[in-house]
Ligand binder design. Structure first.
Ligand SMILES: [Zn+2]
Length: 472
């Protein structure tokens, strides 16, 4: 059998790894390249494999960088089945429709720019202006999904069994174990794909599963060379940031992924209110329709919560509904926030600030030193979010420059990815590994991780490069 990465190789976006075994082609995730809008838009145009030749897709979780090309795969001729957990499928309905809307908006935006450029110079930019898929394509792709339960082996094809287990990353997330009888050399082999691996003790969801043994591992390496601040520090630190800003009379602006991070923030803020650590009457706004819909979906998957949160639900206390929280329902309500006077918290998407309503909130608030921009998620290279994290003095939003006078704070403990120590512990405890394929990491992270693996494992670490095939 063999494996080839077509995305999330030497980078953290566009996850798609093609496993070829026993005459079958099994795609592990089918993610969209995200990050800088124009670069991502171009990269997403072509598949480097034939979608019609894929027999099955296994989705680890609903993040768009792992699922966002599914509608395009179907549009380009995929005829197989897409397997995921039930929660991932439910989340994909919201996420893929939202992604389709963004594709349509981006296409219009680049078309406008092209017209403008043509008017200015006579040159026509080479960008393809069609969205790669629209909402109808996204709807259609949902018909290809099939649910698989956690912790139960499912026969995918003759000699190939798959088992989805908890990844502890986001609601519905899974690592996938494939037990394969390889007809090429008549050997039984176990391959594990981590998808994105979470951390122990993350709020809301359960901890990642541990494996006893396997032959091959495809392992994410987002934080292959960095440790996070302990999870326990996240909520108190958020409390201090909120109080400091309120004291100055400012606003806390939090760019946040609509899925999981926003729900974690609401949950954390609710705890701070219950504990009397932040003012009880402080207005909180979630300004993202997608985040609002996903929060509703979270309320339907109580079975996936950890014991703490489930207990809260049993006591009739909904951790996602603090009384002073308001979801904006439409663009008008969102615009009204521009005129809101006094301290408040605004949580808005997109997480990396490349699109969405967060750009308006940054534009309106980043120049005021009373305010705080609290970064709670990963900011990929070449994004507006990364420029804020890097401490740029001026940033450009909608073609205009703004001076960063607001306090910028990075709350690292909110990460939903395993860190350096978590990864070492996870990999070090799996017996029998022969090869470890490192994906989903920038080279500075995966190279250091590979070096460490050599010190505690007999397995050969391989940093996956795009389109390079590894025989297993
Ligand atoms: Zn993820």
């Amino acid at each position: 059998m063999k494996i080839t990465s077509y995305g999330a190789a030497l980078e953290v976006t566009g996850s798609q790894h093609l496993l070829e075994v026993n005459g079958k082609k099994i795609l592990l995730d089918c993610g969209l390249f995200q990050g800088h809008r124009k670069i991502a838009f171009e990269k997403n145009q072509d598949f480097l494999y034939d979608p019609a030749s894929i027999d099955a897709v296994l989705l680890s979780h609903a993040h768009i960088d792992h699922t966002g090309r599914v509608p395009y795969l179907v549009k380009k001729g995929f005829k197989g089945v897409i397997y995921s957990t039930e929660a991932t499928r439910n989340l994909c309905r919201l996420m893929l429709l939202d992604s389709a809307y963004i594709q349509e908006q981006d296409a219009k935006y680049f078309a406008r720019r092209k017209t403008k450029q043509k008017g200015q110079s006579g040159n026509v930019a080479s960008l393809e202006m069609e969205p790669i898929y629209d909402t109808a394509d996204a709807e259609r792709s949902l018909e290809f999904f099939k649910d698989v339960p956690y912790d139960k082996a499912y026969k995918l094809f003759e000699g190939i069994e798959i088992t989805f287990v908890e990844a502890g990353h986001v609601l519905g997330s899974s690592m996938i174990q494939l037990d394969i009888f390889d007809q090429e050399d008549n050997k039984q082999k176990r391959l594990i794909y981590t998808g994105d691996m979470g951390r122990d003790r993350l709020p809301i969801i359960n901890d990642p599963h541990n494996f006893d043994e396997a032959d091959y591992l495809i392992c994410e390496s987002t934080y292959g060379n960095r440790n996070h601040a302990p999870i326990e520090e996240g909520i108190p630190e958020l409390g201090r940031v909120i109080n400091r800003t309120v004291k100055r009379g400012g606003k806390v602006i939090i760019p946040s992924f609509a899925f999981e991070r926003t729900q974690e923030l609401i949950y954390s803020i609710h705890i701070l209110i219950d504990q009397g650590k932040i003012p009880k009457n402080l207005p909180i706004f979630v300004d993202s329709p997608l985040a609002t819909n996903i929060t509703d979906l979270f309320k339907q998957h109580i079975e996936l919560y950890d014991e703490n949160v489930r207990e809260n639900f049993r006591l009739g206390h909904n951790p996602f509904d603090p009384s002073q929280l308001k979801h904006t329902n439409n663009v008008e309500e969102s615009k009204q926030l521009n005129f809101f006077i006094g301290p408040c918290i605004i949580i808005s998407s997109s997480g990396m600030c490349e699109a969405g309503r967060i750009r308006h909130h940054l534009k309106n608030n980043i120049e005021d030193p009373k305010n705080t921009i609290a970064v709670v998620g990963y900011m990929a290279e070449n994004t507006l979010g990364r420029r804020i994290v890097d401490g740029d003095e001026f940033i450009k939003i909608y073609d205009q420059m703004y001076k960063v006078n607001a306090e910028v704070i990075i709350l690292e403990s909110f990460s939903a990815h395993a860190d350096k120590d978590d990864l070492d512990e996870f990999v070090g405890s799996i017996k029998g590994l022969k090869k470890i394929m490192l994906v989903h990491g920038e080279p500075t992270q995966s190279e250091a991780f590979a070096e460490r693996i050599k010190t505690y494992s007999k397995a050969e670490p391989i940093i996956m490069e795009p389109e390079v095939t590894i025989n297993l």
